[in-house]
Each structure stands twice: as C-alpha cells, then as structure tokens.
Write a protein that binds this ligand. Sequence first.
Ligand code: FES
Ligand code: MG
Length: 568
Amino acid sequence: MKLRSKEWFGRKGKDGFIYRAWMKNQGIPADMFEGKPVIGICNTWSELTPCNAHFRDLAEAVKKGVLEAGGFPVEFPVMSLGETLMKPTAMLFRNLASMDVEESIRANPIDGVVLLCGCDKTTPSLVMGACSVDLPTLVVSGGAMLTGKFQGKDIGTSDVWRFADASKQGTITEEEMNQAEAGMCRSAGHCAVMGTASSMASMVEALGLTLPGNAAIPAVDANRKVLARMSGRRIVEMIKEDLKMSKILKREAFENAIMVNAAIGGSTNFAIHLMAIAGRIGVELDLEDFDKYSKGVPLVANLQPSGKFFMEDLYYAGGIPAVMNSIQKFLNTDALTVNGKTIADNCSNQKSLNETVISTIENPFNPLSGIVVLKGNLCENGAVIKPSAATPALMKHTGKAVVFEDIEDYKVKIDSLDLDVDENSVLVLKNVGPKGYPGMPEVGNMGIPKKLLDKGVVDMVRISDGRMSGTGFGTVVLHISPESAVGGMLAFVQNGDMIELDVEARQLNLLVADEELAKRKQNLKLDLNKYTRGYCKLYVDHVEQSHLGADLDFLKGGSGSEVLRDSH
Ligand code: FES
Ligand code: MG
C-alpha cells in the first residue's frame, strides 16, 4: 500500500523533520507517522451553523473508529454554510466552500477523508470539493433534529411557511408564535422534514458514499455515533482497497440518487447540487435526466413537505435502505458503495417497518413524484417543478402575470391591497437567479398576497429564476434558465402578459407575440457590473446557469491529489 501521506511523514532530512516536528506539539507519538493511513476529518462545525453545532462530538466518534482500525485521524475545519443566518444566501458560498475543501484536502498529508455534512449546502460543497481531489472518501451526515412540538402537534420547518401566512392573517398570536419558535428545534441536528438537508443526506446514501442507514438516524440517537465510529473504521480499509470516489460515483449511482430523491419527495435543490457534483467527477448528467429517471418512480415516503411525517418517523420505518428496498426494481442495484457492497446487498434485508411512512410501490403514498423539467419559450434551458408538493388543479393553468422586478419590488407590493391580482394570476419574480441576486436564494415560493390569503387562497402558480427551500411547497416553478439577469425571456415578462403552465406537457410559455417580444428585447439593459471586488465578483463573473448546476465554470472536473512541490 503506497500512502500519499508518506510524501510528507515518510521523508528523511529537513523536509521530514518539518512535516513531523510541528505535528508532535499535539502529543502525537512517533509511530503514528510510520505508515498509518492518515484520515482527514473535514468538519463543518460552527456555532453559526446550528444544524452542525454538534459536529465536534461526531468527529470524536469518527476518530475513535479510525484509531481502532489503525489509522491516524486529523480533524480540520472548512468553511461552514448555515442556511438560516447567511446573507444574501448560503448558496452564494457553496462553490467557495467547495474550493476550501478541495484545496485543504490536496495540500495536506491526507490519504482518505471523512466529510461531516449537515445543513443544506454543507453536503454538496464538501462532496464537490472532495470529488475534485478523488481520494477514498466517506460521508457522515449529522442527522436530523427530533420532531418539533407545538400545542400537542408535530411540527417541522415546513410549518414556518404556514405560521408566516397565519401570522399575516392574524390567526396566530405572537405568544403562540413564540411557543412554536421554542418548540420547533428541540435538539441538535438539521431540519426534520424532507427539506434540502435531509434530501442531501439521502442523496449521499443513494450515491453509495455513506454506510447504509446514514440519512435517517436522528442527530441525538446513539446510533448516529455508532455510524460515525463505524465510518471511521471503514475509511481506513477503503484506503487499503484504494476505493476512490470515482470508483463509486459512476453514472449508475447518479441515476439511483435521482430515483431515490423522487421516491422520498426530495428537494428541488437536489437537481442543482447533483449536477454540480457530476460535473466535478466527470459524469455526464443533464437536467432532462431528472425527469427521465424519476418518471414512473412513485412517492413511497410520506414525509413533509409532500406528505405528513418527519425524519424521525423515516428512521423508525427503516430509513433509506427501506425506501431503496421498496423501489428496488427501478434501481441499479449492483452499484458499488463505500462499504464495498452493492446497493442490493445493503437494502435487500430492510423491508419497510411501517407502510404508512414508507409504502410499497404497488400502493404508493402518491403516484406523482420527482422533479419535472419544463421547457418552453420562458425557459429555453429548462425550469423545474415538484409535482408532489404542488396543487393538482394548478398543474395546467394559464393566467395573467403579476410581475415583481426584483425582491425589493416584491416586498413592497405583495401585501398591498392595491396589487392587481386574483387567484388565477401567475406571480413572476425576476432577478433572483445565480448572477441576478447573486447566489440564487430560496425565495421562489413567494408568499400569497395578503388580499388573497384573506379570501382563503392557499396556492397560486409562482415562477422565478430562484430556488425554493426544500421545506417549501406549492405550485412553484423554479430555476428558470437562462435567468432574467442575463437576458433570459423571464426578463421581458410584463404585467398582464398571459403565462401558460402545463406540467404534463412539460411546458412553460409566455403567450406574447414574437414581434412584441422583439421590441421589448431592444430595450434590455443588463447590469452585472455592480460587483467590483472580492468573491461576489468572482462568482458573478464565473457562475454557470442553474440548468448546469450553478458551479463556477473553472471548477468543473478535478485536479487529482498530486502536489509536486514542497513547502520549504
Ligand atoms: Fe440547516 Fe434546515 S436550516 S438544515
Ligand atoms: Mg434551505
């Protein structure tokens, strides 16, 4: 076994002295440097990322496992992206964090990596960065919070949107809002519904990057630590087997991830992140593949926001292995996973333990699932909608556009009683795409205008070039590409234009005559030069459109793990 770390710790003379001596200030015995696989534990712990705030404990469990298997664990921090606090949106920094991860791994004497991932963006950013180095790599997710409680009812992040509407209408008091706020996040862990964090944890499990069962074990369940410790043991073996990421992340694994995301009603953000990961590891994947491979896979997991239950319930019902067992006939079951076994090996013995939470495919919770990819003159390169979270009656709908030019315009007008809007209108939000905002925030599930809420309207067709929280729901068309800020058709929509959505026909069209559109296009002014320095400039100059995964153009692919020059 030729260890990469030997290029540091196995050296004689000045270089070896420097590489080892300073490490020894941590009380590390000499034999740790004598040919033990060095395992980097890539930690996104941060008190500003509450979903990952328990990760120092998790890292300790991984370390125990690494030591038990004869490895040398070294924990290191990388940029942590907290969904709730970061402005203007954590997504702006996904690619930046991925660069931190990639360069931290490559520059250091690391033979294999355990990625500690939790809150939404912390999973794709770490996996993307690690793919570009391609060492043996295993993911440990942090696990979801316990189910929230409010007035005797179960609650989770998806209720935030309901509470917001109720508070606008005055049907919930401030005192009750305070109670809900105190009861929702009861324990360590990430959002407890099938939002983006849970979708990402399920994605890495479906891709084969985790030990079986990773996604659903609650953050505070003792079995989470067992999984972390077993992962520590396993990564040491993976180095001996040279089981690199590229041996697991084949095209089949990506197809499996798409099918699992459909079966669990996973987040629309999944599409953007999976494409970015595929781009790093060199697997061809198009937006159309999300539609193609989710077609026919029913929704078997009854989880919020598409259904009723929470991540804790998914765990008690058998977790992702039980979901995969249920949809086994669709999957590429011989795909290899990090434990050296196939998907079939990992899920064949895990039947659903509760069919109201994880159903069979014969009797699914909802035959509609997955991410539908729309095309049309309003989204030449595509847009997405999640039918399981939408209103069936609105899936074929033509209505008058009510346009918000940007997020500020939206905030000023949405609750104005003068807004010219009715329940058949189509709400249109511009300039919330990757370059436009910048960073493509989760604002696509615009609130229902107050005057319609008061009439009892609960859903409307809403379209934008932005994203939606994985915990959100509604008939919401997202990720319109090309975005309005680069002159996509969305930029030319005006109040009163007719917009046609037909989910079954995969169409989203602006019903305006070509001559009129040509006239509008002549008056277009693009303004992307607001950012003159720093990461925002780099991002706006280089970010790709959402249908390609919104990675920076120069980050596609990888540079391997070799570094030829020494530091002194
Ligand atoms: Fe971190 Fe939802 S805010 S997972
Ligand atoms: Mg989110």
